[in-house]
Design a protein. Structure first.
Length: 224
């Protein structure tokens, strides 16, 4: 049986090469839904997105479906605060946004309590694991955004923590069990964390259209 391979093109220093790719969209989006402990949506909750570097704050109210969305967010690290009278406040830290990203935080649950009390969550890449149905919907939405490039979820093992880590990516080249990913941080001279994870442990998994398959990763050569 033919082994499936994940091939990675390493572009550690690619500011000039990648700049045209992001010229049309250098900002990101963040969205989610606020609910109570029973799963009912919370209307008119105040949601604030705070830039960790500058302190710049944007605020919106959840709509009739409990949904909120921030568009045109600059690339960087953010904290998200949610407040509603009669509920404990919610804070999610270290939300990393990259150019062109549409970050879905999923359902945010507010427990009943004093708004002065808070629940703090550290954001990790596993926050996008929203269950098979929601994940499939997110993959389909991403596939629409990126045209013919399939959207997929890469699962690696953290090289330090040893824990399962996941990230959403697109594959510009794919054929017969071989997927090619581009390891670039948009011109940063450091490799993405997911690439360093798979270098340390090349046995990874890919979720494509709701199906998860084991793969062996390697840095690209002339062919798959």
């Amino acid at each position: 049986m033919r082994r499936s391979y994940l091939v990675v093109l390493l572009l550690a220093i690619a500011a000039l090469a990648t700049a045209p790719l992001f010229a049309q969209n250098v900002t990101a989006k963040v969205n989610g839904t606020v609910r109570d402990a029973t799963g009912a949506v919370i209307v008119n909750a105040t949601v604030k997105l705070v830039n960790d570097a500058t302190g710049a704050t944007r605020a919106v109210q959840t709509n009739a479906d409990g949904y909120f969305s921030f568009t045109d967010a600059q690339v960087g690290s953010y904290s998200l605060n949610v407040e509603m009278r009669g509920f404990k406040s919610y804070r999610q830290q270290e939300i990393k946004l990259s150019a062109g990203q549409n970050r879905t935080l999923g359902d945010i649950s507010l427990p009943v309590g004093d708004v002065a009390e808070s629940v703090t969550v550290e954001a990790t890449v596993t926050a996008i694991e929203l269950g098979s149905d929601r994940l499939l919907t997110d993959l389909e939405n991403l596939a629409t955004q990126f045209g013919s490039m399939p959207a997929l979820q890469l699962h690696t093992v953290g090289r330090v923590s040893g824990k399962r880590r996941s990230v959403m990516l697109t594959a510009p080249v794919h054929d017969d069990g071989c997927y090619v990913l581009v390891a670039s941080k948009g011109g940063d001279d450091r490799d993405p964390d997911w690439y360093r994870n798979l270098v340390a442990n090349p046995e990874v998994e890919l979720t494509v259209q709701g199906t998860t398959i084991p793969m062996t990763a390697r840095t690209a050569t002339a062919r798959c």
